[in-house]
Structure formats: C-alpha cells, structure tokens
Design a protein around this ligand. Structure first.
Ligand code: SAH
Length: 386
C-alpha cells in the first residue's frame, strides 16, 4: 500500500479509536459504530416516520416533526435549545434523547477557483472529507459515504488507507448541511454527487434515507435528477438500487474497456467483470429512464490509447449514456501521469467520431487536493489527533 509521506499514520489513529466504540447494524459486511460514551442516537439517523412515532410516544402532535426538520435542515440551528417555537419541555426531551451535530470541523480549505474542502472529525475519531464546487450557475456538493474505501482502485487516494467503516445516515446528511452552510446568502445549492470517499453502494442502507432527506421539500429540496450516485459497479447492490429507488442519476466508474485492464486498475473487478456491471446498468436505465453516466479516469500510457477509445466506443455506442472522462488528478506517491492535451484530444475525437456522447470533466479544486480521487481519510498536516 502506498504511503504518501507526511509522517503520522492516520489509520493507526483510527484503529486506536476503535476500542472506544461498540458496533450496531451491518451492511454489506461493514459495521457501523456509535460512540460508546454517548448512547443517544443522531437525530438525523431517524427517518421522519420514526421521529413522528417518537413524538407521538411523548404525547406530541406529528406537525412537530415538520418544525424540527425545518430547524435542522433549513435554519441549521446549533442546538435543540434554539428551536424557539417548540415547547420548552419538548426541547429538553429532544436534548435528552438525541444528538444533533456529531462531527466537528478539523480543517477547511478554500481554493481560488471557488472550491472548498472540509475535513470532518467524526464522534469516534474517524475522519472524512467533502467538497463544495462552484461552477457557472451550479453549486454542487460532493459527499463521502464511508471512512476510507475498500475498493482499492490503484489511482485513487481514498482507498490508500483502506476502509474503517460506513457512515451513518446522519453523518451523510451532516456533510450536506455543513457544506451548504458555506454558501453565500445569494447562492443556492443545486446538485449533490455521492463521489467523495467510499463506495456508496456498499453503504446503500444508510445512503438512501440521506438522499431522501436531501430531496424532500422540507429537507434540502434538491430534485432527484440533480443527485448522482457514483459506483465502482457492484452488481448485487446495483440491483438493490434498481428495486428500491430509481429516482437518482447513476454513474458507473468504468476506467477500462476490457476486463484484463480493468482488473488491474480496479481490483474488485476480478470477481465481477464488465458484462455483469453493464447488464445491471442497463437494468437501472430500463427502470429509471435516466441517462446513464460512465466515468473514465484517463491515465497516460495505460488506458488512453486509440485501441482503448475504440473498445470503449464498442461498449457504449448503443447505450443511452454519457461518458465522463476525468484526466487523472495527481495523487502524491502514486506513479500515474495525466495524458497530454494532444492525447486527450485524440481520445475524445475517436469516441465522438463513433457517436459516443463525451464530456471531459474540467479539473476543479486540485490546488487543495479536492479534485476527484484526491479525498482521503487524513490530511497531511495532521490537524488534531494524537
Ligand atoms: N467509489 C465510487 C465513488 C468515489 S470515486 C466510484 O468508484 O465511482 C469518484 C470518481 O473519481 C470515480 O469515477 C473515480 O474513479 C474518480 N477518481 C478516483 N481517483 C481519481 C484520480 N486520481 N483522478 C481522477 N479521477 C479519479
């Protein structure tokens, strides 16, 4: 496993934090810890129906749920005590039963291109990163779904230290709220991409309620068409998504047009294979009617040759799909290179000549290591921690 230098190992820190936690709930073999010293659940780990149920148990009408969500999701108050139109007793009961904010800001970086990156410290010491991107007319946030990543894509920083655990629904929503808070009053959040650290479909049970809250009118009010889940391509989880919710856009990280190369770049592919992934992507398209996106990190001399572009065109040309090419964003310590502008152009021209819809993703935030594939569990300056 590559080390990117900078001294202290955050994975050792994270592992030391583990004995302080107990485990509850399992998804795709991952465990979700809660801080043992504070047994109160995160308010945002409850779905609205569960909150209404709790309210009825304490003798409160269900409209209190709308009030509480509005205080959290729209006004983003710091504490239950600030929810001034709730009865004082209810505020105290909420405080006794639930936690409201469980993450703290460990670092905040701003880039000249308007990109902002937050390093968040979770209640159990784990760390994640998430990003706000500013583009013409768009304000997008990129959120993480796990602490680290288990997929091991060879060109990505997020998996360099492996995976520690899944994020809870509340922790995923908290990222959205903390990023939305960075917007100026005249700016409006428009898009959400689950393309931060981790494999979202390996944490689908926590992710879907978080996206549901993001899209509700009394949540963040983001249209599901403007919410994208990006996956490395896990067929059983893709099928689960097709069965459970087809409102979101699905992006599949392809990175290679044949299994031999893909298995080198994306090791989980060895036991999966492109055909199984494409079949599930087609099933999602058939059920959702949403155009698919395929992502392709372009690596100099590895997957950027003319033959690769032709093979990729063979795979995509008959599909209702957009190909998102991401010229490699450098990760310290990794040996890959970004293709030259001329090679990028040739790759694009071949695909376009074959009738594939192609977009090159404009690099954003790389000055602060906030671009695709540069998010990690630690930051090298080591804010906080032992
Ligand atoms: N696990 C999910 C989501 C996280 S990665 C997935 O694999 O899709 C989000 C996107 O960034 C993926 O397409 C990923 O392959 C890409 N990416 C990873 N490392 C990169 C790098 N160094 N340069 C450019 N893009 C990268």
């Amino acid at each position: 496993m590559a080390s990117t230098g900078g001294g202290r190992s955050l994975s050792a820190f994270a592992l030391r934090a583990l004995p302080r936690t107990r485990f509850s709930g399992e998804d795709e073999g991952m465990k979700t810890p809660f801080a043992a010293e504070d047994p109160r659940p995160h308010l945002l780990d409850l779905q609205p129906a569960e909150l209404r149920q709790w309210l009825s148990q304490v003798g409160q009408p269900s409209f209190r749920c709308t009030q509480i969500l509005s205080w959290v999701m729209q006004r983003r108050v710091a504490s239950f005590a600030d929810m001034s139109d709730l009865p004082k007793k209810l505020r105290e009961q909420l405080e006794a039963h639930f936690r409201l904010w469980t993450t703290s800001l460990a670092a905040h970086q701003k880039s000249e291109d308007g990109t902002e990156k937050l390093l968040l410290q979770l209640a159990d010491g784990g760390r994640i990163e998430c990003v706000l991107l500013r583009e013409e007319g768009r304000r997008s946030i990129c959120v993480s779904s796990q602490v680290g990543c288990a997929m091991g894509c060879v060109f990505c920083a997020s998996g360099l230290d492996g995976v520690l655990r899944n994020l809870t629904t509340g922790e995923i929503i908290e990222q959205m709220l903390l990023l939305a808070r960075q917007l100026e009053p005249q700016e409006r959040l428009s898009h959400i991409v689950v393309m931060g650290m981790g494999e979202p479909l390996a944490n689908i049970d926590a992710l879907l309620p978080a996206l549901e809250m993001a899209s509700r009118a009394d949540g963040l009010g983001i249209s599901p068409r403007r919410i994208t889940i990006s996956t490395v391509g896990l067929p059983p989880a893709m099928r689960k998504l097709t069965e459970r919710n087809t409102r979101y856009r699905l992006a599949v990280s392809l990175h290679a047009p044949n299994d031999e190369l893909r298995s080198e770049l994306v090791p989980v592919n060895r036991s999966i294979g492109l055909q199984a992934i494409l079949a599930e992507a087609d099933a999602y398209f058939a059920a959702s009617g949403r155009q698919l996106t395929f992502e392709y990190v372009l690596l100099a001399d590895i997957n950027d040759r003319a033959e690769h572009a032709h093979q990729l065109a063979n795979l995509l040309v008959r599909r209702e799909a957009l190909l998102n090419v991401i010229p490699y964003n450098p990760v310290a310590g990794l040996p890959y290179r970004t293709p030259s502008a001329a090679n990028q152009r040739t790759f694009r021209e071949i695909l376009e000549s074959r009738g594939v819809r192609v977009k090159f993703r404009h690099r954003k935030g790389d000055a602060i290591d906030a671009a695709c594939g540069q998010l990690r569990r630690s930051n090298r300056t080591g804010v906080g921690g032992p």
